[in-house]
Design a protein around this ligand. Sequence first.
Ligand code: PMP
Length: 399
Amino acid sequence: MTDLFSKFDGLIEQRRALLDTGVTDPFNLVMERVLSPTQAICNGRETILLGTYNYMGMTFDPDVIDAGKKALDEFGSGTTGSRVLNGTYAGHKLCEDALKEFYGMDHAMVFSTGYQANLGIISTIAGKGDYIVLDIDSHASIWDGCKMGDAEVVPFKHNDIVAMEKRLKRIPEGAGKLVVLEGVYSMLGDIAPLKEMIKVAKDNGAMVLVDEAHSMGFIGPNGRGVAEEQGCLEDVDFVIGTFSKSVGTVGGFCVSNHPKFEIMRLVCRPYVFTASLPPSVVHTAATSIRKLMHAGNKRAHLWENSRTLHKGLKDKGFQLGTDEPQSAIISVIMPDLERGAMMWEALLREGLYVNLARPPATPANMTLLRCSLCAEHSAEQVQTIIGMFERAGKAVGII
Ligand code: PMP
């Protein structure tokens, strides 16, 4: 018998070697209690959260929590069914109505996660004989959506408009084309030049899907994302998003103006063949999305936090993923996995949680300490965070 686990031996060995150095397992942390969007108890210690994607701090919003509690009482704990059978409740419709209004689009479809939204929409709309042209740094859910469908998959160099155009021009005449982009790329926190890229896509007869998971609620005058910020949202055929970041719960969605979009509800397997989100989740999401429409002050404060942290870390000598802050993600580049893990642990001992990101999730084999800011971080907390980075960075010998 061949042990089917032997393919993981390299990774098992690498993990053992890392833990043998005595560092805490960075992928096994338990949040023992969560006090607020920016604070939790980890290892018995009060810890500032700087790696949650909880950009707008909606997880503890009193209206959001009330909506969830009320839905639990009125609709029970779960739907026990698919959206196309017994699993469409009033709350799912409330969510879809809120999304249509939020994006100013005709159609909205709620999935159980953002991962499933990408998986479902990409694998369903791009079929046999079609081509998907996508950024090489795309999220795993986008790659998995490509893998699940039957289309030809053509990647191009990250954010490279010329490379994208070359790939598009090589596609045989008459084939269907889907260009897949992200507003914010979550590893380095950089944004895409969507306006130029979408123009090239359209000039070459492609439909465009943009994953705005990391920009919803924050980027753009109404928080609709990078496409809104750059004035090209009308040219996007499909926006994919998630409830697991700014919305502050769990779930995924696609919004679109395509006149035939509703047929997706019958043909998209990751929508049909899985249970729908629980009532408490969709009611919290709908309430949160509506509040995000009027969150201009929070957006302004989050930008302030992003600029302060970026400048503070850069001034202390850290190497960052972008020259200027482009989103609410500030990535700190580590020299290697071992020192990355040491730094991660030193920060945790200081009372700060960030994400340790490593290949294959990261581009160019980088080890990153990824910080995601929240609109609820106070200016004082951001200064505290910079101090923690400075002490930990000196202790580990990174600065
Ligand atoms: N797209 C992107 C760009 C993401 O970063 C993520 C999650 N990190 C997803 C989709 C999946 O979202 P969800 O957590 O809702 O499955």
